[in-house]
Design a binder for this molecule. Structure first.
Ligand code: PLP
Length: 395
């Protein structure tokens, strides 16, 4: 696609992106780069991908007109129901795409890293579906914090390997996964869970998730007789659900895009994950992007009450959307998000993931016109977060 907001031939979004990887990984990443577009364009790939999205994931997900929310905020608010996907969030769209690609590349062993465990579960799910070996790296601290997801992965047949170095969290798990990939270049495919990592991963993941905005267009045409909304709002951890919801609107400059980051306890509190505001250019996970770091370039540990937004960087597409101001970036605190989560539950009968609740908090901070069509990407359901809700509200 010839777009200032999409990836160029060299793998960059403006100043961001690229593939900054160890020499040993080059052949693997290069082979993927050369083949991902042709393989995913094949009719047999498209047929299998679409059939699984339909009958296994449950797509198309509904575009739901939220009547009570619309009355409350005086705009036409639609919710894109990714929470209704199999496994409870958008992440499965991408893992299905990548495992089909891995199979066509002749790979038999799948590795992944996970922080909160959601991507680990989505990966373990598709490995079970395809009968492939699955190894998920996870920080030792995260293994303790996210016990239910660890149990899910094990039940699905995956091996969960603890990362015991550094802060024992996501970035350490990523290092372990990359080390594994270097040692097993022939048979192993690395499934990355967001629009991060070396080129072509951000573009590949964005394409797999772009089914979200493709569906929004046709659903909105049916409901409102127009393809383009006035606003699309999505939360951003690495940025994959936002990339999917924005994708087909990137060049439609009259569609306003709002990316919602986690402010944690406040942008200036020292406990935050508002990467675009706090981040500086650096390299993380093989990609040049905005990331939170100390003056001498050490990655800082992010903080958010929602485990899925707790990432020290942001994908290169979003770094560029921030820099070019194509998207507006808004940071929402823990308290604000939690309040919006319980309000959505009691206004529409939908308990959102806490990640997603950040996107809803924007409704209180933005002024809309009564005829504005506002789409919120409801990236996931809140079942996994029930304990956090219970402790926070003393339910
Ligand atoms: C993982 C996750 C996110 C954050 O990841 P992105 O790549 O930014 O989409 C957001 N919402 C839910 C429900 C998640 O599971």
């Amino acid at each position: 696609m010839n777009s200032k907001y999409n990836v160029n031939e060299k793998g960059f979004y403006g100043d961001f992106g690229g593939a900054f990887i160890p020499e040993m990984l080059y052949p693997n990443v290069e082979k993927l780069r050369q083949q991902y577009l042709s393989i995913t364009a094949e009719q047999s790939f498209q047929d299998e991908f679409k059939a699984l999205l339909k009958d296994y994931v449950g797509r198309p997900t509904p575009l739901y007109y939220a009547k009570r929310l619309s009355e409350q905020f005086n705009a036409k608010i639609y919710l894109k129901r990714e929470d209704l996907c199999h496994t409870g969030a958008h992440k499965i769209n991408n893992t299905i795409g990548q495992i089909l690609l891995a199979k066509r590349l002749g790979k038999t062993r799948i590795i992944a890293e996970t922080g909160a465990g959601q991507h680990g579960v989505a990966t373990a799910t598709v490995c079970a579906l395809m009968g492939l070996q699955c190894i998920v790296y996870m920080g030792e601290v995260d293994i303790e914090r996210q016990a239910p997801n660890v149990a899910r992965m094990k039940m699905l047949g995956a091996e969960v390997r603890p990362a015991t170095s550094g802060s024992k969290t996501l970035k350490d798990a990523t290092n372990e996964a990359i080390r594994d990939w270097i040692s097993n270049p022939e048979d192993t495919f690395y499934i990355i869970g967001s629009v991060v990592g070396p080129h072509p991963y951000p573009d590949m993941v964005a394409r797999f998730q772009s089914v979200i905005s493709e569906e929004i267009k046709s659903q909105l045409l049916e409901k409102e007789n127009r393809e383009n909304p006035d606003y699309v709002i999505a939360c951003v951890g690495g940025g994959s659900n936002a990339a999917g919801a924005f994708y087909h609107f990137l060049d439609e400059e009259n569609v306003k895009l709002i990316a919602v980051e986690a402010a944690g306890k406040g942008i200036d509190s020292g406990e935050s994950a508002a990467t675009s505001v706090l981040g500086k250019i650096g390299i993380i996970h093989g990609s040049k992007t905005l990331l939170m770091q100390t003056n001498d370039g050490q990655i800082t540990e992010p903080y958010s009450i929602s485990a899925g937004l707790d990432y020290p960087g942001v994908g290169p597409m979003h770094a560029n959307l921030y820099q070019t101001q194509r998207a507006e970036f808004i940071a929402i605190t823990d308290d604000d998000a939690m309040q919006s989560g319980i309000e959505l539950a009691q206004t529409e009968g939908i308990i959102p993931a806490i990640e997603t609740a950040h996107a809803f908090a924007v409704l209180k901070h933005k002024k809309f016109e009564p005829n504005d069509i506002v789409i919120i990407n409801l990236s996931g359901r809140g079942d996994k977060d029930l304990n956090t809700y219970i402790n926070y509200f003393k339910l």
